[in-house]
Design a protein around this ligand. Structure first.
Ligand code: MIC
Ligand code: SF4
Length: 642
């Protein structure tokens, strides 16, 4: 039996373990990326590991999230990242150069290699056949230090694309269809691999739109083969020399098959407030729109924005719509400026922002009260745009652009206009905003602003864990709920004591106070707890507040890893209906927890308030167990070194 592409790349990078789904495998990481909002923490952790130069083939530090500089904090963090990167052998992509995933795809990604990034949308580079995985900053720091990265060997889902997309149906509609079929937790423990004749119609940026939003499935990653289209893209980026042909063997085995006939797809939208709440644009109907935002690592490529410019050329945005456009990279923006498309966008009334994440992470452009927004982004969680009462619909750039003109959600198929945009044979390549690291560790002094505070470290797991249920939350709680991010909070990503004051406040504004009052405690959650971003702040803030364990029906992958890295015990109900019996403020006690979790069998939690017991599981690997016992990954690494 042959191998699928995922198995081939894992096999090529296997350091430890057996490639059986669910078993732990250790893989070598070739490249890492960080961005600024997770990067400060990652580099503080790298410094704590005491290594002079990173051990990867390539590591890049991007500045793309914290671009508003209302005070000194963001600019200080940029300086810190620039200097710490230079000192440790990491390339630095300056603010203005673009969104990490887009720039990495253009300038650094290599088919067949592994990439670990401190951002959940790292799988974007699966668009050129990389095994690209999102992780918490500490895991990325460890990979930079040369440590093996451990994952559970994923199941591999074959998404077979047949048929041909009809005009005005976009790559975004393909991934929205996958989300409709599999849901936001359908990808947990899986890699989504795209095959079939439909693949050959998709350009690399279109493939990257699909792998990018695979993050919303909760998948470990998503990947496309590396073929002639990949070759042409890399050649157009002056990087043809790194191309290799990669695909699954013809007799490859997959764990699941999803078939999508592209010719049956129509323009889709994910309705508020979840990326899997998908319906056809035609069925939702012409709802009035207040804001249209085009950009983000999902849909801000040259091809995307050229299509938008073609639609807007010579027209004017509806008087009741605010249209904002954030180009994905300096390469994209410069090319639009050079060929005149930027002038078309500006003339039509678009508000053009600098290249970066911008409104996608609430860095400005918060919409009006009760606004309806169309965004080409990947997440529409409640409040993420900066306005709690707003409703965000996720759509393709084509749907967004036509709707910006009409002021209503508009099915682009109704607008008879040719918007074919081919990829250029040559992109405009100018890497002058990427700074190579210094030659030598000692020549650089790391600059630290006053906003950078020490990160919290846990203590070894005690014999008994006891604490009150401080909060009980429903299914699909996101890291945006656990550790909200917006223009006001992002500047404090290197200041956990400050951020902790906002932990879980979208669910209950009293939570931080409660945690302080009760000297910490336990969080109870539903299914898919911690979906969304890779931010380890969603574990570090609870750690700072004294959270000892999180008990849920199930966890999202990266958040569970971040809890373990912080020494917070992740527990799941054996019988999910026990969730209904627990009340906030119940006192839970797990006796002899160290021995109980080491046995790998279900353990008993005593609810001393209600005088009942629950059976729960602590589903962790041996390595993760060692981290929990030691009080987190850093303590574990320190123990090993000493
Ligand atoms: C996001 O899209 O939520 C972010 C902001 O890019 C996060 C990273 C972060 O919280 O800094 C992600 O996706 O991992
Ligand atoms: Fe940036 Fe948004 Fe992409 Fe996150 S999802 S990396 S905030 S553009």
């Amino acid at each position: 039996m042959g191998f699928n592409l995922t198995q081939k790349i894992i096999k090529d990078h296997l350091v430890e373990g057996v490639m059986e789904p669910g078993l732990e495998v250790g893989i070598r990481i070739d490249q890492t990326l960080t961005q600024d909002s997770t990067g400060t923490m990652a580099y503080l952790q790298l410094e704590a590991m005491d290594i002079e130069q990173v051990k990867t083939k390539l590591s890049v530090a991007y500045i793309d999230h914290n671009m508003l500089q209302e005070g000194f904090e963001n600019a200080d963090d940029h300086k810190y990242i620039q200097t710490v990167a230079s000192k440790h052998g990491v390339f630095f992509s300056r603010p203005g150069n673009g969104i990490c995933h887009q720039v990495h795809l253009e300038r650094f990604g290599v088919p067949g290699e592994t990439l670990l990034g401190s951002d959940s949308h790292t799988p974007t580079n699966g668009g050129i056949g990389m095994l690209a995985i999102g992780a918490g900053g500490l895991d990325v720091a460890a990979a930079m230090a040369g440590e093996t990265y451990y994952i559970s060997m994923p199941q591999v889902v074959n998404v077979k694309l047949t048929g041909k997309l009809r005009p005005f149906v976009a790559a975004k509609d393909i991934i929205l269809e996958v989300l409709r079929i599999l849901s936001v937790k359908g990808g947990v423990g899986k890699v989504i691999e795209y095959t079939g004749e439909g693949v050959s119609q998709l350009s690399v940026p279109e493939r990257a739109t699909i792998t990018n939003m695979g993050a919303e499935l909760g998948a470990t990653t998503s990947i496309f083969p590396s073929d002639q289209i990949t070759k042409a893209f890399l050649e157009a980026q002056n990087r043809g020399d790194i191309w290799v042909e990669l695909s699954a063997d013809s007799d490859a085995r997959y764990d699941e098959l999803v078939e999508i006939d592209l010719s049956t797809l129509e323009p889709l939208a994910a309705k508020p407030h979840s990326p899997d709440n998908v319906a056809p644009v035609a069925e939702i109907g012409p709802i009035k729109v207040d804001q249209v935002a085009i950009g983000s690592c999902t849909n801000s490529s040259y091809q995307d924005l050229m299509r938008v410019a073609t639609i807007l050329k010579g027209k004017t945005v509806d008087p009741n719509v605010s249209l904002v456009i954030s180009p994905g990279s300096k390469q994209v923006l410069t090319m639009l400026a050079t060929n005149g498309a930027l002038a078309d966008l500006i003339a039509a009334g678009a508000r053009v922002l600098e290249s970066g994440c911008g409104p996608c992470i609430g860095m400005g452009q918060a919409p009006a009260t009760n606004a309806i927004c169309l965004r080409t982004f990947n997440r529409n969680f409640k409040g993420r745009c900066g306005t709690d009462s707003a409703g965000v619909y996720l759509v393709s750039p084509e749907t967004a652009a036509f709707s910006a003109l009409t002021g209503k959600l508009t099915d682009p198929r109704n607008c008879l206009q040719d918007i074919t945009v081919e990829l250029p044979e040559q992109f405009l390549v100018n890497d002058n905003m990427i700074i190579a690291p210094a030659k030598g560790h000692d020549v650089v002094e790391v600059v630290r602003g006053p906003n950078i505070k020490a990160f919290p470290l846990n203590t070894p797991l005690p014999a008994t864990v006891k604490g009150k249920v401080l909060i009980k939350v429903e299914d699909n709680i996101t890291t945006d709920h656990i550790m909200p991010s917006n223009a006001k909070l992002l500047p404090y990503r290197s200041n956990i004591p400050y951020l902790a004051g906002f932990c879980l406040t979208p669910c209950n504004p009293q939570f931080p106070e409660r945690a302080k009052e009760h000297n910490g405690g336990i969080i109870v959650g539903g299914d898919n707890y911690g979906q969304g971003s890779s931010r380890e702040h969603a574990a570090l803030a609870p750690l700072f507040l004294g959270i000892k364990a999180v008990l849920t029906k199930s966890f999202a992958r990266i958040h569970k890893a971040n809890l373990i890295n912080s020494g917070i015990v992740p527990l799941t109900f054996v019988d999910p209906s026990d969730f209904d019996n627990i009340q906030e403020f119940d006192m839970l006690e797990i006796r002899d927890i160290r021995t109980q979790i080491a046995k790998g069998e279900p353990l008993v939690i005593r609810n001393t308030t209600q005088q009942t017991d629950y059976l729960v599981e602590c589903n962790v690997t041996d390595k993760e167990l060692a981290m929990l016992l030691a009080g987190g990954k850093i303590n574990c690494i320190k123990q090993r070194i000493s």
